[in-house]
Design a protein around this ligand. Structure first.
Ligand SMILES: [Zn+2]
Length: 171
């Protein structure tokens, strides 16, 4: 049995992994977001830690939202980070927010200032990602036929109230 790999050994140095509270530092463009990420297996020797992909993704989305909600202007570095976290290519993001990929590229290169409405749109996309929407799901919504079957039904407008009796008066 000594040929068995210890599942609790550090992938980096072979040291012992112990579950401990993790303060995560996430770099979002030129900012650093510090997140209390709860307990994760951490190597006592070298500090290496492990986290499931889904949990790491949630931290990235939360970090991006933190920066976008704190800062009025979105920098090129933050936009690049947000697009990567959303799992979108420049052309995908362009389709979602109605700009061509060259425009996205100019924002990410810092050649043009990023408009305020794009900042707001990115907050919306990150909030959707936080509810579990995938990049594929976001793009599929654009491709759905406009007259396709829909779960939405419209309520008929209310009838104008009928008066049961009419009074006339004169002075
Ligand atoms: Zn280690």
């Amino acid at each position: 049995m000594d040929s068995m790999v210890n599942p609790f050994a550090c992938m980096n140095c072979g040291g012992e992994m112990k579950v401990q509270a993790h303060t995560h530092v996430e770099k979002v463009g030129e900012y650093r977001v510090i997140i209390q990420a709860g307990p994760v297996p951490t190597c006592a020797a070298c500090g290496e830690w492990e986290m499931p992909m889904a949990r790491l993704k949630a931290i990235e989305v939360r970090s991006a939202l933190t920066v976008l909600l704190e800062k009025r202007n979105m920098s090129s570095g933050v936009l690049k980070y947000v697009r990567r976290v959303l799992g979108l290519r420049q052309q995908d993001l362009g389709r979602l927010i109605g700009h061509n990929p060259q425009v996205i590229s100019r924002w990410e290169n810092g050649a043009d200032e990023i408009p305020r409405d794009v900042h707001v749109a990115m907050v919306g996309l990150l909030k959707l990602a936080e509810t579990g929407a995938t990049p594929e799901g976001l793009l599929r919504a654009l491709d759905a036929p406009a007259d396709g079957p829909s779960e939405l039904t419209a309520e008929p407008p209310p009838e104008p109230p009928q008066l049961s009796q009419e009074f006339r008066a004169a002075v």
